[in-house]
Write a protein that binds this ligand. Structure first.
Ligand code: 1HE
Length: 265
């Protein structure tokens, strides 16, 4: 597995910070960060490497005014893909986004401008979404003669519910601002820079023990795919491992001595 600095990526720029935070920036602003097949392969490469890289949290950011305009519609049109070819492309999208959601490393998305179509599928694969005043969300596939193929039926439905997802796709409805937060598309709405705020959140998450973050950013999603009976069993198994990790002893010891942080409202 190559070190992150050895990855040769053209669609994503990487900046590793001393505190274990990786800023991964979509860098095709001239195409509004539309996701072509190269971008998807690079997301697979990146998020395959992240869990074993020592990175403790990732900020997923974007160059330009827009987070991501979704599927590269020009490439899709020019390639004139067969059903099987597009199915395999979608499977690669799923591979990339599953590696993000289930990878065990916190990913905080710093959103702005358009978060649309596959761009919303990408954002919904992150664990936390921060929107700014310019951010808007849409699923324009219906208007383009398309359908979602990068997991929106699972992840966006999971965030906003089936009825809102269907409405967004049928009518082209967009959401922004507080309403977008209220329905679950983002967890934070900031007045200033979403990148600055997302980086602060990533730094905070990076202070948690990696094994705790692994459980939070992997087990919760896996458990959600199981029956309640199996999920409660698996949760106990995960807790058996995480809650007895030697690295947690000093934190528990500090609490016992009254020097650990107190949780105030
Ligand atoms: C693109 C794309 C793209 C921009 N694929 N090239 N997604 C959409 O339907 C969104 C399509 N994009 C837009 O609606 C607008 O571009 C934006 C609202 C995002 C930005 O508008 P604007 O005025 O800032 O930029 P623009 O002039 O529209 O585009 C600038 C360039 O980016 C232009 O290229 P140029 O070579 O003519 O300069 C655009 O062609 C290019 N560009 N968006 C390709 N999406 C797994 S299934 C997923 C299904 C989907 O994601 S459907 C796609 C939904």
């Amino acid at each position: 597995m190559p070190h992150l600095s050895e990855l040769s990526l053209t669609r994503v720029a990487l900046e590793q910070q001393d505190d274990g935070v990786l800023i991964a920036t979509l860098n095709r602003p001239e195409k509004r960060n539309a996701l072509d097949s190269v971008a998807i392969d690079e997301l697979i490469t990146l998020f395959s490497a992240v869990p074993r890289s020592g990175v403790r949290a990732v900020v997923l950011a974007a160059e330009g005014d827009h987070f991501c305009a979704g599927l590269d519609l020009v490439e899709h049109h020019e390639e004139d893909r067969s059903p099987a070819e597009f199915m395999h492309l979608c499977l690669r999208w799923h591979e990339a986004f599953n590696k993000m959601e289930y990878g065990g490393v916190p990913i905080i998305a710093a959103l702005k401008g358009a978060v649309v179509g596959g761009g919303l599928e990408l954002a919904s694969s992150a664990h936390v979404r921060v929107a700014d005043a310019s951010t808007y969300f849409a699923l324009p596939e219906g208007q383009r003669g398309l359908f979602t193929g990068g997991g929106a039926t699972i992840r966006v439905t999971g965030l906003v519910g089936k009825a809102r997802m269907i409405d967004m796709m049928l009518t082209g409805r967009t959401y922004r601002g507080q309403e977008a937060v209220d329905i679950g598309l983002a967890q934070y709405l900031v007045d200033g820079s979403s990148l600055e705020f997302a980086t602060a959140l990533a730094r905070r998450a990076a202070e948690n023990l990696p094994l705790s973050n692994f459980a939070i950013c992997s087990a919760i999603s896996h458990l959600g795919n199981m029956s309640a009976l199996d999920a409660s069993y698996a949760e106990a198994v995960v807790a058996g491992i995480v809650n007895t990790q030697p690295d947690a002893r000093s934190r528990l010891d500090a609490f016992k001595k009254g020097t650990g942080p107190k949780i105030r409202g």
